[in-house]
Design a protein. Structure first.
Length: 477
């Protein structure tokens, strides 16, 4: 029998953005929420299901429990930082409705299915690998022993691991996620400081050919083979958004590396169609996109690129297998500036090879290339990544410390410590980085000019400024 199914991002920390396929599940410096696309995709496959994103909706534990009581099957997206609170919530759901079946999905569940099941008797099963069709078959009521990619607790209490499920090759066979967003989510709750509001983000493909040692999803659920939807299929979903969600001001293509160098013809084809539709858009990019492709993108509605620079030190970039040098990143940044493409640059402190000197080098590099906005993160050794394995093997991280990636408020912590550089020094260098980047007269004037051009931007930047300085004050304590 088909089961009435709830796909759930459970309540956790206030402002905790654990529902994204992001590398860092944490509370942001400025309140932000990505769409829970990885849950929306199986929700689109299961008729009469519902997607509930409790953190974005600001729902309490009690409010979320009240919604969940009406369902036979609850599938929760979990992450390493949110796992303890996710398990406690699962136990509450089981107490409310002993008959309810509870399953877990996400990178944490894939990397450690046995540990995820052993954490609580409330958890009935775990979907490993790409879990879209695994969830669909569970919801259809198929016998658990027949479902590929599933780990579950048998009637006698044994934990059973079924054979793995093959990755999806024809990405066009997956239904659109935008109709699920419109049906179940409050679009205005999804807010990212560097994107126009309201925005919509979705994936045009899965996997990433880059081998960055710290990046969670390509090393777990997505894989290192970039499997893409056809340009026609992507544009069909954009057209649906334009017709059915007219309030949307920007589309964000959230693939790990939308500008993959082997797919530039597809990137340009999508860009030209976006231009014909008159849609403003952004995407994730590696800092090596050729000028000619950047120009096609900019001429057809591209507004901003989210770029992972990570470090200003070439040896660190080599250590993390970034596949990039700072001279290439400089040239790319200059090209974007010439074309008028904005950049939100992301940097990571505490990666292997980090010293006080390399931190200084990265801060100066960021000031030199001067992205429009930045995000500074702390090296996060998620289980399942090469960085985690390196950190444990070298004694930079105790295996038991893996869960200590955020504090009790959901704010990211420095987890890695080196003999020459303590986690406290790494933690406080983030505050120094932000201050030295943003509290420059030229950057302040850049922000002021942006505010003077738009009352909406003025209100938005003032709110973000208040949140940012609260973050800095909290960081000093």
């Amino acid at each position: 029998m088909a089961l009435k199914t709830l796909f759930l991002q459970a309540p956790s920390f206030d402002g905790f953005d654990g529902g994204a396929g992001s590398r860092y599940q944490a509370k942001r410096e400025v309140r932000s929420f990505w769409y829970p696309t990885w849950l929306a995709q199986p929700a689109a496959l299961v008729p009469n299901s519902r997607l509930l994103d409790a953190p974005a909706d600001g729902l309490t534990v009690e409010q979320s429990r009240a919604v969940a009581r009406g369902y036979d099957l609850v599938i929760m997206h979990i992450s390493t930082p949110s796992f303890p609170t996710d398990v406690r919530f699962a136990e509450l759901l089981k107490r409310d409705s002993p008959h309810v079946k509870i399953g877990l999905v996400g990178a944490k569940a894939m990397v450690d299915p046995t540990g995820s099941l052993n954490a609580s008797q409330a958890v009935d099963f775990v979907c490993r690998e790409e879990f879209d069709y695994t969830c669909k078959e569970v919801a259809e009521g198929l016998p658990l022993e027949s479902i590929m990619g599933l780990s579950y607790r048998a009637a006698d209490g044994r934990i059973v691991h079924n054979p793995p499920r093959a990755v999806i090759e024809n990405m066009d066979e997956l239904p659109f996620v935008a109709p699920v967003y419109r049906r179940d989510l409050q679009i205005e709750n999804y807010f990212i400081g560097y994107l126009l509001h309201p925005y919509v983000s979705f994936y045009t493909g899965r996997g990433c050919r880059s081998k960055c040692t710290f990046c969670l999803w390509p090393q777990t659920v997505g894989g290192h083979r970039y499997r893409v939807r056809s340009a026609e299929n992507v544009i069909a979903e954009v057209k649906w958004i334009k017709e059915n969600m007219p309030e949307v001001k920007e589309i964000m293509f959230d693939d790990d590396t939308f500008t993959d160098s082997a797919n530039l013809a597809r990137v340009e084809a999508i860009a030209r169609e976006m231009g014909l539709l008159g849609m403003t858009w952004s995407c994730n990019a590696k800092a090596n996109v050729p000028y000619e492709t950047l120009k096609v993108m900019k001429d057809n509605g591209l507004r901003l690129l989210l770029v992972g620079y990570e470090s200003g030190d070439d040896q660190i970039l080599h250590n993390i297998k970034k596949g990039l040098r700072t001279d290439i990143a400089r040239r790319f940044s200059d090209d974007c500036r010439k074309l008028g493409v904005l950049i939100h640059g992301t940097f990571i402190l505490g990666l292997p090879g980090e010293t006080t000197e390399t931190i200084e080098k990265t801060i100066n590099f960021a000031k030199e290339i001067n992205p429009h906005t930045i995000q500074v993160s702390l090296a996060a050794p998620y289980p399942g990544t090469t960085l985690y394995k390196q950190a444990v093997e070298n004694g930079w991280l105790q295996e038991s410390d893996a869960a200590n990636l955020v504090n009790d408020k959901g704010v990211q912590l420095a987890a890695i410590s080196y003999p020459h550089l303590t986690k406290e020094e790494i933690f406080h260098s983030m505050e120094i980085f932000y201050k030295r980047f943003y509290l420059r007269p030229s950057k302040i004037w850049e922000i002021v000019k942006e505010m003077l051009a738009s009352w909406d931007f003025t209100k938005r930047r003032l709110r973000e400024g208040v949140e940012f300085f609260r973050f800095l004050r909290a960081h000093q304590s």
